[in-house]
Ligand binder design. Structure first.
Ligand SMILES: [Zn+2]
Length: 268
């Protein structure tokens, strides 16, 4: 068996590839051992996912939504306690204790505990930086893996797509940063973070959507991978590094999302 990305032998590889990282709450969307070799798996973990998850937006998102990482920890973020004077503090989350605030050692604890803290300010970072190279490589990687994931039940299609030359540009970009300096993507919020949905016609439990993905074929026969993570939709063109055909599709379709599910009603 050959690795999906580098095409080297991958039979001895032990890594299970998470399409969307566990630290963004994904336990289900995985590719089997050998699909992505250990080297590529490590590359994506260290060079793409780690720096992405450490970006301020994703750290704050994981903190406020209490999304655990692989070690089942929720990241801590910097906040500001305003008392007699503003003080830096840290907001952390523990399953037993809930959210708690601590101050760094060099702060005068009297200020903090003498009841002088009037408010706690948590910066709300509501979207990732635009033109974000790491995010673009991340989207490229999950797009390639999601294509295979989507057809897993059909071995013939898996075989056809595995080495399809039309995917080589995006693969090279995701794995080696080769070919093009920056593969653009389209980003927009399609529902508020924390929005609650319910299935139509069912007495079902309301739910939040952590992430969901789909594919969209535009008239220009461009294939877009579309993923929504906590209300922000990202679209990346699998074939060509441009997004104008997606903008055109949105214009014609009244800005609806290809992820829209008519069976779901929003309760937010
Ligand atoms: Zn590989």
């Amino acid at each position: 068996m050959n690795c999906l990305f580098c095409k080297q032998k991958s039979d001895k590889s032990q890594s299970i590839e998470h399409i969307i990282p566990e630290s963004l709450g994904n336990k289900n969307h995985i590719l089997l051992k050998c699909f992505v070799c250990d080297k590529c798996n490590q590359y994506f973990a260290i060079k793409v996912e780690k720096p992405l998850l450490e970006q301020p937006y994703f750290t704050h998102l994981r903190n406020r939504s209490r999304i655990e990482n692989k070690k089942r920890n929720v990241p801590t973020v910097d906040v500001m306690a305003v008392g007699l004077r503003p003080m830096k503090a840290e907001l952390s989350f523990d399953k037993k204790e809930g959210f708690s605030t601590t101050i760094p050692d060099d702060t005068d604890a009297n200020d903090f505990f003498a009841g002088s803290v009037r408010k706690l300010i948590i910066p709300v970072l509501d979207s990732p930086n635009e033109n974000n190279l790491i995010l673009s490589k991340f989207l490229a990687k999950i797009a390639i893996e999601a294509i295979i994931y989507r057809v897993l039940d059909d071995q013939i299609l898996v075989g056809e797509l595995w080495n399809h030359p039309g995917l080589d540009g995006l693969k090279q970009y995701a794995r080696y940063g080769q070919g093009i300096r920056f593969w653009p993507y389209h980003q927009r919020r399609i529902y508020p973070e924390g929005a609650v949905f319910k299935e139509h016609a069912l007495e079902a439990t309301p739910f939040e959507i952590l992430h969901e993905f789909t594919f969209l074929s535009t008239n220009e026969s461009n294939l877009y991978f579309i993923v929504c993570i906590m209300g922000i939709e990202y679209a990346i063109n699998v074939n060509t590094p441009e997004t104008s055909t997606y903008s055109n599709w949105l214009d014609v379709n009244n800005n609806r999302s290809a992820l829209d599910n008519t069976n779901e009603v929003s309760l937010y």
